[in-house]
Design a binder for this molecule. Sequence first.
Ligand code: PLP
Length: 368
Amino acid sequence: MIYCDYAATTPMHQCAIDAWVDNAHLLNPGSQYALGRQARRVLEQSREKIAQLVDAEPIEVIFTGSGTESDNIALEGLYDPTRPVLASPIEHPAIKEKLESWNNVEYWDVDTHGRVIIDADKDSQAACATLMLANNETGAIQPVEQLCAWAEEKNIPVHVDAVQALGHIPVSFHDLGATTMAASAHKFGGPRGMGLLFAQRNPALKPLLYGGGQERKIRPGTVDVASAAATAAALEYSCAHMKEEAARIASLRDMLRQKILSSIDNVIIHTPEDNALPGHLYISFCGAEGDSLLMLFDAANIACSTGSACASGVNRASHVLLAQGISEADARSAIRFTLGHANTQEDIEHIAAVLPGIIATARRAGMA
Ligand code: PLP
């Protein structure tokens, strides 16, 4: 199987598996006796390592259960029901669905490259603003620093969803100037089921969950120390190898883009050529249904995705592509390849070799 769905999840790095196994025996880090202190030591060392790698203070690092949970805790914590939230229309469902449940949202526009347009002259009474650092479908890096500078002048707290970015491009929590920032270990070679929330000391977040006093009461519940250690190990590895891995993966992605453009007609590339995550290639094969393509790639032992959320088995056009002006039919023809550490040039050559047959078959079947 050629795995090209690294934006969905990444296989764990060996160092993360080792860190997890080495610490799986540890007990409750909240306990006062020696066994508890032993677990607490590993937890705090993991927190310190993550803080150092992301340019945050250790107290600003909160362990959660997923990127989704980090996003929800942050938004709920910054929300004020009497005022709107300012957001982009291309957010991941972890943000999008939460905002839609409130029904009081203002949106920035998006350009045709999938980049959010921050209007520096905009006035706003928003309780908070939220923007992803890199889009999970297109890989387009978003103007988060611009948003934070605009929001600082107006004293509006900002939440940044950095789930796709952390471990793949340099991220400094302090330089961004965000109030809160979400990340997820399984997107950078760590374990599934471990999220990170970076949260400045002020303003205090209104709690989403109630319980014990763990994680500054922002995320009460006994912390999974083995996963925290594995997350720190995965992030350390990803940051140490970031530069050469990003260059290697981007060159494989560019090779795939080139091979597609030279062999298939009527395609639309949605991933911008500059200022995008290195492994993303999101592309519409017009006239073919994304779901059919996915099945045909799967039958050819290639794992990729349509990039859009599937509801009740119906292939919906991606809200991200619709927001950047792509037609409904072309949006439904989109396939997302996201490359990562195990991909090789042979993988790209194999995909390029089987691609024309797959596209022709799907186009013959037409749109549903
Ligand atoms: N935010 C973005 C941008 C994502 O890509 C994802 C996952 O794909 C999430 C949030 C949710 O992360 P998790 O799967 O850890 O809940």
